[in-house]
Write a protein that binds this ligand. Structure first.
Ligand SMILES: C[S@@+](CC[C@H](N)C(=O)[O-])C[C@H]1O[C@@H](n2cnc3c(N)ncnc32)[C@H](O)[C@@H]1O
Length: 398
């Protein structure tokens, strides 16, 4: 039986990380996007009850709190929270704030998305989609493509809970590929009836090859990493930047699911990388009982482990003649996902200054003090921080 029956009894540890990712992103997101002076819609597409049975806030209340926080700024334009729920609509309605900007919608995500894509006048609004289903059956890839193709939104961002393990388990069932007991999730929805439906969810047929490799001699953990890499690659045809965090019960476990983020904006990417990196670091420290290690092994994206250990050379290889700090950070975030925080990169650059790289700032002096600028603030519009590779530096041969 699926654990969805007891989902709202109390929050599991891994649900808390998901909430923290949402909460920590929404506040700066709303502040930043409010500056566009265009209305914002935060759509919680699988909203649930609003509150857990033990009183803990669910995603609708987390979203409502972030909106209230932003609305306290008198310059803010209209912000709406839209909450879609098919089973617990009454509970949802009773639990969310009774205000005109909080809009509960009774019914199906699929039908609401159809309406949204085909009939909703988007009028240059900013849209943030939070998609948090129990499983995978409803999350057709084409919805993301269609909503993104609606040209008249000012911006669209997506935060998606993707049950990669459940997907692969269902894929094995439908392709008659045996799975050992300890590689099977305790609960997942066994209700997808054809491989073609999985194609629609994955946005392609690439998953079939992953399953045939798994069938021969691969571990589920590797299959899961391959699947999320391909899914994100596919989602990069919809959003310019895509990153994800694995959500696990234990460090050594296969992820229970992934939180996947898609955006077209550099600032949003860097904000989310920092946010997800922080959640991962906290989870890792707690899992190790706060005991440090000499060499970091537990990266959220293990396939990049080798490159992570050689970060200085990786950084230098991304600098041709010269590059703005922010552009370099974006390239590093694309390459390493959430393996490092933005301050990790900056610390690394500081230690490389005068060795492999040089830094120049424009204006070179801090206007207030007249002293040479030493700022590392990559988001400032009035300051350029340029990084160049030293001419004599040569990449190592091995
Ligand atoms: C994982 S729970 C959402 C939890 C919620 N985001 C939170 O953090 O409190 C998924 C919710 O989606 C609802 N649901 C399932 N299928 C749905 C569908 N097709 N359309 C709308 N809601 C659906 C379920 O009733 C359930 O309340």
């Amino acid at each position: 039986m699926s654990s969805s029956h007891s989902f709202f009894k109390e929050k599991r540890a891994w649900s808390k990380i998901k909430d923290e990712v949402l909460k920590a992103y929404l506040v700066p997101y709303l502040a930043k996007v409010s500056r566009t002076r265009r209305p914002i819609i935060v759509a919680d597409c699988f909203a649930g009850k609003g509150r857990f049975d033990n009183g803990e806030p669910g995603s609708p209340l987390i979203i409502a709190e972030a909106i209230v926080h932003q609305l306290a700024d008198p310059t803010t334009q209209a912000i709406k929270g839209v909450f879609i729920e098919k089973k617990y609509f009454k509970e949802l309605q009773a639990n969310i704030p009774q205000t005109p900007w909080c809009i509960p919608l009774d019914g199906n995500y699929e039908e609401r998305m159809d309406y949204f894509v085909n009939n909703y006048p988007s009028r240059d609004q900013n849209l943030f989609l939070y998609v948090d289903p129990y499983g995978i059956k409803s999350i057709l890839f084409s919805y993301f493509e269609m909503i993104r193709k609606k040209k008249d939104f000012h911006s669209v961002e997506l935060l998606l809970n993707l049950n990669t393990f459940g997907f692969l388990r269902e894929a094995c069932r439908l392709l008659n590929c045996p799975v050992s007991e300890n590689e099977s999730p305790a609960d997942y929805e066994r209700d997808i009836n054809s491989p073609e439906r999985l194609d629609e969810i994955a946005g392609g047929t690439y998953w079939r090859e992953i399953i045939s490799r798994y069938n021969v001699n691969q571990k589920m953990q590797i299959a899961e990493e391959e699947f999320i890499d391909k899914y994100c690659e596919r989602l990069r045809t919809v959003f310019r930047y895509v990153v994800n965090i694995p959500i696990k019960a234990r460090l050594s476990h296969i992820p229970k699911y992934r939180i996947v983020f898609g955006t077209d904006h550099e600032d949003a990417l860097l904000l989310m990388v920092d946010n997800m990196n922080r959640r991962w670091a906290k989870f890792r420290e707690e899992a190790r009982n706060n005991q440090g290690t000499l060499f970091e092994m537990d990266f959220p994206n293990p396939s990049k482990q080798g490159a992570c250990r050689d970060i200085e050379n990786e950084i230098v290889s991304l600098i041709d003649t010269g590059i703005e700090l922010k552009d370099l950070l974006v390239r590093l975030a694309q390459k390493f996902g959430i393996n490092f925080s933005i301050s990790d990169y900056k610390d690394c650059l500081k230690s490389m200054e005068g060795n492999q790289i040089d830094i120049s700032r424009n204006p070179p002096l801090t206007p207030a003090t007249g002293k040479p600028s030493t700022s590392w603030e990559h988001a400032r519009k009035d300051l350029s921080i340029k990084i160049t590779r030293r001419a004599q530096w040569q990449p190592p041969l091995l």
